[in-house]
Design a protein around this ligand. Sequence first.
Ligand SMILES: Cc1ncc(COP(=O)(O)O)c(C=O)c1O
Length: 438
Amino acid sequence: MLMTDRLPVFPLETKVNKDGHLEIGGCDATELARKFGTPLYIYDEHTLRAKCREFKEEFGKRYPDIGVIYASKAYSNAAILQIVNEEGLGLDVVSGGELGIARMAKFPMKRVYFHGNNKSLPELEMALKYKVGRIVVDNFYELEMLGKLAQEKDVKPSILLRITPGVDPHTHTYTSTGTIDSKFGFPLPLKEEAVARALKIKSLDLVGLHFHIGSRITETAPYLESVKFILKFAAEMRKQYGFELKELNTGGGYDVRYTLDEKPPAFGEFAEKITTTIKNECKKWHMDIPHLVVEPGREIVAQSGVALYQIGVVKEIPGVRTYVAVDGGMGDNIRPALYNARLEAVIANRMKAKMAGKVTICGKFCESGDILIKDIELPEMKAGDILALNGAGAYAIPESMNYNAFFRPPVILVKDGKSRLIRRRETLEDITRCDVME
Ligand SMILES: Cc1ncc(COP(=O)(O)O)c(C=O)c1O
């Protein structure tokens, strides 16, 4: 195997330049590491925009009334949100903080969906003040609180109810959200009561239903099962309460190809099956086709992101394993430690080097679980080499931390051979700002 064989899981059009270096968005990754330091997170703008467009196109050509909203928890950064906005997507935010970033990025509030399983009163006040497009209500406590608040403020927000469909998406338990035993959404046995109570609250406008069954879903079947479930339920609610399903939100969760041996379905396949099932089920239940909203996060940003690290210690334990330590790790990318997520890696400054055997890439944090990649074939490495890991665009920086007083890395955007800083590296001053001394 050659390192170049791994490029299909890196940003689109990633290549090797005449110096034998990795090139992303027309920029030499080795040069970027020198200029901005390591660890460094690189986002390729072309890949990010291509993903936004592909989603809109794949769903749009199959369904007459579609909205694609970016789940900003995958990476909520003002510059990224500006691009997502330029591409015409909406936005899923899940906290007052994410809503604040959306506002900072001047994201049109009409296209913002406010999620969350335990929204606070101040967060709901903020959502009403900013006039977000939809509030996705998760539970009875929130329903009552929002109803009262809207009445006091004499407004009538449009809401969706998040219903747990009771479907197993066959993914990691940490990213499974649609089974009956879930902290998210109205519980399955209480779904009817949720609709009945929401319809009674005159200060709220119930426009539709939402489900999100999990993340990294590799099969289309759980989506189809959920769609069938929710449309049957909507038909029952129409019969009983005159509820009209104007909007159906089927969440996100589309899997991404992180390693060469993973082969998730293309999202065109998800789009084809989901839209066909919605049309068929609506026909079956004599319902008008609702406005369909999909809210991918990972699939929009994962592939565009690359993490660059500098190699330090190479520790060979004879007959056991060789650990190659980098200057980041679980502090900037917890996914491998948290979910056993697998990634690929290449040596950015020596792309033509020959493979030498298996090593384990570890970080510099005080945890034995701080492993970025276990047993990956790579060329011989030495201190100072620059290692590039793929799939760093989603759920890495947003889940990063200051453990061991780590300064979280900078983030840059690359395009057409140019780079621009969109988040600077943290400093000691940043991470001690909240400490209080006598
Ligand atoms: C409600 C909701 N929608 C969308 C997403 C995005 O999921 P993914 O990034 O897997 O597409 C999430 C992820 O947790 C979510 O909770």
